[in-house]
Design a protein around this ligand. Structure first.
Ligand SMILES: [Zn+2]
Length: 127
């Protein structure tokens, strides 16, 4: 089985992390880039208008995504453990994500994990 791979622009992901850490709410970004075979290349993250509750963030207009949007990335603020909730998977399937990421962070640590909608854990490369 081939592992899918996500290639991230280091500056782009650093900005997302900073933005996520600046609030106790979930932050959502659209991953803009391309897919070549088993590899995704994220070149930009855009920030759509969202609806959010204390623990849940959602795009207001997922249907208005640009064509080169390959998926989403959102944060799980103040959590020690990295996990995917059933709502994360459901939301990604509904929105047509090819890949989705979760940035889990707490005071002195973090995890960044990516998944495809068929739940394969992905290899992440920052460069
Ligand atoms: Zn989530």
């Amino acid at each position: 089985m081939n592992l899918l791979r996500v290639n991230l622009d280091a500056q782009v992901i650093t900005k997302f992390k900073r933005r996520a850490r600046a609030t106790k709410k979930e932050v959502l970004g659209r991953l803009i880039g391309t897919q070549k075979g088993d590899e995704f290349f994220v070149t930009r993250i855009s920030y759509p208008k969202t609806r959010s509750t204390a623990s849940w963030v959602q795009e207001q207009k997922p249907h208005a995504r640009p064509r080169n949007c390959i998926g989403t990335l959102h944060s799980h603020p103040n959590e020690r453990f990295s996990f995917v909730t059933p709502d994360d998977i459901k939301g990604s399937v509904l929105d047509g994500d090819r890949v989705f990421g979760i940035f889990t962070w707490w005071a002195c640590g973090e995890h960044l994990d990516f998944y495809s909608v068929d739940k394969l854990v992905m290899d992440v490369v920052e460069r």
